[in-house]
Write a protein that binds this ligand. Sequence first.
Ligand code: ZN
Length: 219
Amino acid sequence: MSDKSKALVVFSGGQDSTTCLFWAKQQFDEVEAISFDYGQRHRLELEIAAKIAQKASVPLRILKLDMLGQITNNALTNPDLDVETDKPDNRPPNTLVEGRNMLFLTYAAIYAKSKEIHNLVTGVGQADYSGYPDCRDEFIRSLNQTLNLSMDYPYEIHTPLMWKNKEEIWQLSDELGVFDLVRTQTLTCYNGIVGDGCGHCPSCKLRKNGLNSYIAKRG
Ligand code: ZN
């Protein structure tokens, strides 16, 4: 086994996973990224991911997982469904893609083992908890154990953003020297607009509120 530390980042080209990509570059000797083509309505996402990975000099592998859109109904893969703008009371918003993070991390782990990579990095977090159960720390720790058992291989899933709110994620990107890159080149908007986005979808609101409070704090 190589004594270099290697990591694989689950990467979408959004604010969170881009921050994780640069965090990983600081933490590990070698970093690779993996993105998933799961039938997301904004195909631009994959182009953005490829562009940012290239800028970061990180090799990117894009895997097709297009059955996800066939077995679930959600606003991210079904173009006929509008993204809910208000948070529903007793259930996750319709942007939840059931099982997405579990599948992404499982495929990432299989790929990582083939490349002798032990460290997996994902941008999930539960500070700005939006009702996605597979973003929770308890789930990540459970999956980590399951992956280790299923492949008899010691994985370590890193979640640098688990307890950070959006303001703190902006701060981390600033500390990593990629604040402007994250601000202008990532895609988080549910309406597929790069950078500051449409400004009114739930994802843009969260991102903008965090940005404004970070800028106010930084002065
Ligand atoms: Zn938006």
